[in-house]
Design a protein around this ligand. Structure first.
Ligand SMILES: Nc1ncnc2c1ncn2[C@@H]1O[C@H](COP(=O)(O)OP(=O)(O)OP(=O)(O)O)[C@@H](O)[C@H]1O
Length: 300
């Protein structure tokens, strides 16, 4: 089942079109990476999903129900972690979660059970100090606990790792990965290594639309054939090979790169190697990385 569907969604601010006929679908129990440069429209899209911002056209469905601007029916399915979560700094984490649970009408026993479970999940169960003394990473972890308090089917996180160091990022990514059996996760980011680490599927937002979408494997395999590298033992063998097969770039004295060549060209290369008795250390197809696909799409 699909947990979130955007169909032909558009949004302008004044005369500036930010989201332009955007469509994508997030299956249940998936960690979905919503990627885009600064200002691409990630937060705008998330606010429309949460019904906090009106779409100009198109439809958004969460758990099969249509999102309506200004109404909160579909929000019972969602938990939200904004890019900069705000807390009452004088409270401890458990006091803060109790307040959030009371506001949403949870029972006292329910709040206690759930907040103990969530504070353990995010590694803050032994933390009794007040939130104003928390690091950014601790605040993000508390933000995730708060967003999960009402057991949402869909967790929306706006750049949860952007301001964190590698350890803090890893902690957040591990938490997001650990909840996906119960909760579908959509998180926006421009940190591509985070996406490669935990996402099942991605959408790359560019010029208001998805420039790439699907599983990482699908996307990378569609763009295979970036070329291959051949590494020799001696510069003389590299020279001899470059003279026999055109189109090489010299990477080092013993290494050649053949841009844009595919598996068929590689078979041809093997024949040249055998015919000339050239000895190679390594022959390798270059896989598309998310980083070079991103650069290619945005035209850098
Ligand atoms: N309320 C608003 N009024 C006018 N313009 C807006 C408004 N909200 C966002 N924008 C503009 O829309 C564009 C997209 O902004 P948005 O915050 O959605 O991007 P983003 O992808 O989340 O960026 P970042 O990674 O920097 O957070 C930006 O040019 C921004 O200035």
């Amino acid at each position: 089942m699909d947990m979130l569907t955007l169909s032909h969604v558009s949004k302008s601010f004044g005369s500036k079109k930010i989201i332009d006929d955007l469509s994508f679908t997030v299956p249940e129990h998936c960690v979905y990476g919503f990627i885009g440069q600064n200002g691409a429209g990630k937060t705008t899209t998330m606010k429309m999903i949460l019904g906090l911002l009106q779409t100009d056209s198109g439809t958004i469905k969460v758990n099969g129900e249509t999102v309506r601007y200004g109404q909160n029916r579909t929000n019972r399915y969602m938990g939200y972690l904004p890019d900069v979560p705000e807390f009452y700094g004088y409270m401890t984490p458990s006091e803060y979660l109790r307040l959030c649970g009371e506001i949403t009408g949870m029972s006292s026993a329910g709040i206690r059970k759930k907040s103990d479970e969530l504070l353990h999940l995010v590694g803050l169960d032994k933390e009794n100090k007040r939130i104003h003394g928390f690091s950014r990473g601790m605040k993000q972890r508390l933000g995730i606990a708060q967003a999960l308090l009402n057991e949402p089917k869909l967790l929306i996180c706006d750049e949860p790792t952007s301001a964190l160091d590698p350890l803090g990022r890893k902690e957040i990514l591990d938490i997001l990965l650990s909840v996906k059996d119960h909760t579908t996760v959509v998180f926006s980011t421009h940190i591509l290594s985070d996406v490669e680490r935990i996402c099942d599927e991605i959408a790359l937002l560019h010029n208001g639309r998805t420039a790439l979408k699907g599983t990482l494997e699908e996307i990378k395999s569609r763009r295979k054939g970036n070329g291959f590298d051949i590494e020799f033992y001696t510069p003389q063998d590299a020279d001899a090979f470059a003279a026999s097969m055109s189109g090489s770039e010299r990477i080092s004295a013993v290494r050649l790169f053949f841009p844009g060549k595919d598996e068929k060209d590689m078979t041809h290369a093997m024949k040249i190697l055998a015919d000339n008795a050239l000895c190679v250390q390594k022959v390798e197809m270059r896989e598309a990385t998310l980083e070079n696909l991103f650069m290619e799409v945005i035209g850098i």
